[in-house]
Design a protein around this ligand. Sequence first.
Ligand SMILES: C[S@@+](CC[C@H](N)C(=O)[O-])C[C@H]1O[C@@H](n2cnc3c(N)ncnc32)[C@H](O)[C@@H]1O
Length: 229
Amino acid sequence: MKNIKSILDPILPYIYNGVYPPSDDTYLIIDYFKKNVSENFFDGLPFTTIRNVLDMGTGTGIIALFLQEIKKYFSKFTTKIFASDISDAAIRCATINERTNNYKDNINFIKSDLFRKFPPSLQHSFDIIVFNPPYLSSISYKENDLIRRSSDSNWDGGERGFEVFLDFIKQVKDFLNSEQKYYIYYISSSSTDLNQLNDELETRGFQNRVLNKKHIFFEDIILNRLEEL
Ligand SMILES: C[S@@+](CC[C@H](N)C(=O)[O-])C[C@H]1O[C@@H](n2cnc3c(N)ncnc32)[C@H](O)[C@@H]1O
């Protein structure tokens, strides 16, 4: 049986100024896929049932490129790969990285604030969505004074740290293929109120499963998987 662990990570020579460089959170996702994609199954979902996969907030494009590597490796994984970002620089950078990895025009790039610019033809079409969102809070307190940090779409998740992610959650159901089992993989941080986030996810009909975590500096970064409750 083929062993996916031998797939190399994509070559990423271009990391534009202002584009999120692949980091521990990125590799938490990639390493999970390395362990949980096998000859015919993507984390338990049969390849044959996976039509469209989306890498939301693609940054350098590394996750979308890794998904392309899986396609190259397993010929039965014939899914279409989409990658999206709010940042022009990220879309440019990811497009160059796609070419450098010899996948010209294989990934469908969409510049969009979450799903706002997605064509209606993609509604109810995604079987897997991956989102490593900005997940830190834009505010902090020093001696009871509220400090608003300068904002950056790479890390600023809003006041509670998960407003961008909750906005995504509000929109995502229109784009998931709910005719069958789907998965959403995302990263969260222990520096935010995860009980509050989980309550919001449950209210919206999602079941959250923690897949892995890693302690870095002041927080745990957590890889989660959502499915229908
Ligand atoms: C933490 S980085 C992750 C980048 C890359 N996926 C990775 O794992 O290395 C978050 C990415 O989400 C993008 N982003 C932030 N807000 C967004 C939004 N509203 N819509 C789409 N992308 C967004 C940022 O531009 C950034 O590229």
